[in-house]
Design a binder for this molecule. Structure first.
Ligand SMILES: Nc1ncnc2c1ncn2[C@@H]1O[C@H](COP(=O)(O)OP(=O)(O)OP(=O)(O)O)[C@@H](O)[C@H]1O
Length: 236
């Protein structure tokens, strides 16, 4: 049974693997409802591997993990679909279907997640596009949008089912600095409305502009600014 103030992420003594290699060993953490958490670390330190394990894209082989109330250990494919409805996942590459309009991209996810009523779908689409600062671009194709606009559509798509947690892996990595700032601010706005955000990033200027808890992958361990002091700016 899930209680409303349960953490959205709970990890106990987990080891994160890529094939047979332990990338992060014996890590434990919780992320509370509505928290904003950065995940940093040098390239190859294990950020994406940890995030992928949290959304059940990499198997969890050692330790305990729960994401949005779903036990990740031995999770079935049916439960993975249910989990993905409770969380939003955003990557560096915008990952829109290139041959479909914005509306069709959003409808595709809605149909796959059980929406049927056309007028409710239309309303929800308008709401999420408004939330990410996009007006009536429903009929545009992805190639007609800038990188920043495409990423906003991706974020809108992630918000369709009112996720309790957004997992973002380097979401501004392919954007110009000015555009990045706008997209980053969107994450802080979404967080203010109650959604927890776990964001992997190389952009340390965000941490200065919007200080929050920082997790750092470092030499096979996960450091946590709530528990210990470390250099937030350096990747080493
Ligand atoms: N598909 C894969 N198969 C095997 N090893 C992998 C795979 N993906 C990543 N790795 C290895 O796992 C380790 C952690 O990689 P990971 O992608 O999690 O790091 P990261 O911190 O997200 O890096 P970046 O900042 O470059 O995205 C690295 O040594 C990497 O080479």
């Amino acid at each position: 049974m899930s209680f409303s103030n349960d953490p959205v992420v709970r990890v106990e003594n987990a080891t994160i693997f890529q094939e047979d290699k332990a990338v992060l060993s014996d890590i434990s953490l919780t992320v509370g409802k509505g928290e904003f958490v950065y995940l940093i670390g040098r390239t190859g330190s294990g950020k994406s591997s940890l995030l992928k394990t949290l959304y059940a894209d990499l198997p969890l082989r050692l330790g305990q993990m729960e994401t949005a109330g779903f036990k990740i250990n031995g999770i079935s494919s049916k439960k993975i679909s249910q989990l993905r409805r409770k969380i939003g996942i955003i990557f560096q590459d915008f990952e829109l279907l290139p041959d479909r309009t914005v509306a069709e991209n959003l409808q595709f996810v809605m149909r796959a997640t059980g929406w049927k009523d056309r007028s409710k779908m239309k309303k929800r689409m308008a709401d999420v596009l408004m939330q990410v600062g996009l007006g009536s671009i429903d009929n545009k194709m992805p190639y007609q949008l800038s990188g920043g606009e495409q990423q906003r559509v991706v974020i809108a798509r992630a918000l369709l089912n009112e996720p309790v947690l957004l997992i973002a892996d380097e979401p501004t990595g392919n954007l110009d600095p000015e555009v990045s700032d706008g997209v980053f601010k969107l994450f802080t706005d979404i967080n203010k409305s109650g959604t927890a955000v776990l964001m992997g990033t190389h952009d340390h200027s965000f941490i200065e502009k919007h200080p929050a808890r920082v997790l750092k992958c470092f030499q096979g361990k996960l450091l946590d600014s709530q528990k210990e002091e470390f250099d937030l700016r350096s990747n080493y």
